[in-house]
Design a binder for this molecule. Structure first.
Ligand code: NAI
Length: 362
């Protein structure tokens, strides 16, 4: 990463390849609590920059900057494509969530968020949980979610995984309708990679709809639970990608799709929750060449931010669910445009999102 450093070894954010005219990048250290954090606000043209706070033991500041710039930009695109009046932001704390994180550190993070006056709204991400957000909320009101659900169907405005899973389920239905011309999911073969908070709930929805599931996870108990609950067929992590199926649903880590894995895909549709599924965003044309229908990740996995958007006392589950169902319409528009023009679905999604937030730019 030599390009990042000037002769004095200072990190240059403005010349970073992931810097995309971010509105603000704020560095902060709180010696008393040990907090070392970076907040990146990519765009507030559509609304406040909402995004999770990731706590991770980054190898160095350069890695942390790369992550926060990339992730905050992704939030702008995701919110814009989901039709939310909301911008994109993200924060990272350079710490080991198991070893270093303390309530004091999270309170210091809350003060940092407060100092930004609402341009950044913090939420959970990997390495942070509900208790962390409570500590943050002692210092600032700019926290996504937190109201108690009043409707039994409502998972609550802070549980982003359940709504992400439901949105992915609606997205799979859209992809199946477009590619296989059917609305009924009975007998549909779906291979799910990763049975964590999102994958396990998605498996439940698909099972209820009559789909046949093939599942894998590096965590054996998660697989055993899904086999028991949904009658799924267990596969090894090495088998899942090439399993003959109608749909491959990546719900584990990012960068699962590259030239090598795309050539081995056993399904004609890729539709899952994982963020940044394409190792190289330009690879969506390889999927297209192979005749694979790809549901762009941030279009199909927007259920979490849609849920957070409806935080507060006026929240009604019916509004959240109606918005989640719009994932179907957005994907259908992308798929149809791709079929008409031959363009990759990711490129189309990017342009649709950019058009929305750039049109609103002052
Ligand atoms: P999680 O950490 O609860 O679950 C991930 C699961 O994948 C774990 O059970 C893990 O053991 C498994 N896994 C890891 N490597 C694997 C491999 N090589 N093969 C098979 N399984 C593997 O995470 P969560 O919340 O379920 O998120 C899943 C994906 O969806 C992530 O990429 C996340 O960034 C993305 N996402 C999550 C959202 C949320 O609200 N939780 C929102 C939008 C996207």
């Amino acid at each position: 990463m030599a390009f990042l450093r000037s002769r004095s070894d200072a990190v240059s954010v403005l010349s970073h390849p992931e810097y995309d005219d971010h509105e603000a990048v704020v560095f902060h250290r709180d010696p008393a609590s040990g907090l070392r954090a970076i907040v990146a606000i990519h765009s507030t043209t559509l609304g406040c920059g909402l995004g999770g706070c990731r706590v991770y033991p980054y190898a160095d500041e350069v890695d942390a900057i790369t992550d926060v710039l990339r992730l905050s930009r992704g939030m702008t695109y995701k919110a814009a494509l989901a039709g939310l009046d909301q911008g994109g932001g993200k924060s990272v704390i350079l710490a080991d969530p198991r070893r270093d994180k303390t309530p004091d550190m999270m309170r210091a993070m809350g003060r940092l968020v407060q100092s930004l006056g609402g341009r950044y709204v913090i939420a959970e991400d990997s390495g942070t949980d509900e208790a962390d957000m409570r500590a943050v909320a002692e210092q600032t009101a700019f926290v996504g979610g937190g109201a108690a659900p009043v409707n039994p169907a409502d998972p609550g405005d802070r549980d982003t995984s359940a709504t992400t899973a439901l949105g992915v389920f609606y997205g799979i239905r859209a992809a199946v309708r477009h590619r296989l011309q059917r609305d009924d999911l009975r007998g549909l073969r779906v291979a799910i990679q990763g049975l964590g908070k999102v994958g396990s709930v998605l498996a439940g929805h698909l099972h209820e709809a009559g789909a046949l599931l093939f599942v894998s996870d590096v965590h054996a108990p998660a697989v055993a639970a899904c086999v028991e609950r949904c009658g799924a067929t267990a596969l090894t992590p090495a088998q899942i990608l090439s399993q003959p199926a109608d749909v491959f649903a990546p719900c584990a880590m990012g960068a699962v799709l590259d030239a090598h894995s795309i050539a081995r895909l056993g399904a004609g549709i890729v539709a899952g929750a994982a963020n940044n599924q394409l190792a190289d965003p330009g690879d969506d044309h390889l999927l297209k060449q192979r005749g694979v229908l790809y549901a762009p990740d941030y279009a199909i996995n927007a259920g979490g931010i849609i849920n957070l958007y409806y935080s507060g006392p006026a929240r009604r589950w019916a509004d959240v669910d109606a918005h989640l169902r719009r994932i179907d319409a957005t994907l259908t528009e992308i798929f149809e445009h791709s079929a008409d023009t031959g363009e990759g679905t990711q490129a189309i999604a990017d342009r649709m999102a950019r058009t929305r937030f750039a049109r609103n730019a002052v």
